[in-house]
Design a protein around this ligand. Structure first.
Ligand code: UTP
Length: 274
């Protein structure tokens, strides 16, 4: 039912400089697989077939990764190393990849709006690939798609974070519908310490209904002078319904060095070896 997944991947990745000076953050490998491929795997597992990637300058390697490399394939054809390409070949064969460039970095909301042409008038998922989500039974997007089928409204994934961390995130407040589902009534982007409406932080997984695009068109730059998806979602919540979902699984902020190392250790033990 939700076939399209948007990957905003145009950011500068300044927290990981100098590694991200000429390499997209989304191409940094967790063990032997780039971050974005984990996100694409999660979207495919949730039944999605169209991967819409918002890129920027210097992000060519993203496109190359989801394309054939004939010279390399010819070189290792018939050798034991060929098996290392099995997974990515399957990914390339099971999804369509389209790209659009965000010419100016005006924030996540603007990156999502830039993807409008690729997404069209359909509900769609958003994955921020630097938030790596691992749940071995059912991926976080698959959990959210199941909820969307029931509620048919925008859904954001949230996680409880320590109070001193809330200033890094969009933070929600709302009415609990069940143990893991909240109807959003308020949403603040990067609240100043002590002003956070709760300890529930939005992480990089969303299901959005397409009316978000018209709202984003009319959203003024907010925190940091950027067009914020949280401002648009709050508008949507006021006029209709936005749900926040406490997902099952582990999430690593791979845009930070600490999160990246934790994810690497975890995936080496539980995904790569397992
Ligand atoms: P971040 O806040 O992590 O920003 O963006 P960033 O530039 O990638 O990283 P830092 O903070 O400088 O280290 C969240 C997501 O939104 C995308 C990023 O690529 C990332 O996936 N994004 C952000 C865009 O695509 N365009 C923008 O203008 C801003």
């Amino acid at each position: 039912m939700i076939k399209k997944c948007l990957f905003p991947a145009a950011g500068y990745g300044t927290r990981f400089l100098p590694a991200t000076k000429s390499m997209p953050k989304e191409m940094m490998p967790i063990v032997n697989k780039p971050l974005i491929e984990y996100g694409v795997d999660e979207a495919i597992q949730a039944g999605m077939t169209d991967m819409c990637i918002v890129t920027g300058r210097g992000k060519h390697s993203l496109m190359d990764h989801f394309d054939k490399n004939y010279e390399l394939e010819h070189q290792i054809s018939g050798t034991s190393k060929e098996a290392l390409l099995t997974d990515i070949r399957e990914v390339i064969d099971s999804a369509n990849f389209t790209y659009i460039r965000q010419r100016e970095m005006k924030g996540l909301g603007h990156a999502i709006l830039t993807g409008r042409e690729l997404v069209g008038d359909n509900p769609f998922a958003v994955v921020l690939a630097d938030d790596l989500c691992i749940n071995l039974e059912e991926g976080v997007l698959a959990q959210m798609v199941a909820l969307y089928k029931q509620f048919r409204c925008s859904i954001v994934a949230v996680e409880e974070v320590p109070a001193e961390e809330t200033h890094k995130y969009g933070v929600i407040a709302g009415e609990a519908l069940t143990d893991n589902l909240i109807r959003v009534t308020d949403m603040v982007e990067k609240p100043a310490p002590g002003t956070e409406p709760s300890n529930l932080a939005i992480i990089g997984r969303y299901i959005l209904t397409p009316d978000i695009f018209d709202i984003l068109e009319n959203t003024e730059p907010g925190k940091g002078g950027e067009i914020q998806i949280t401002d648009a979602l709050l508008e949507q919540a006021k006029n209709g319904c936005v749900l926040a979902y406490k997902f099952k699984g582990k999430r690593f902020d791979c845009g930070s060095v600490e999160g990246f190392i934790e994810a690497t250790n975890y995936c080496f033990e539980n995904v790569y070896k397992g």
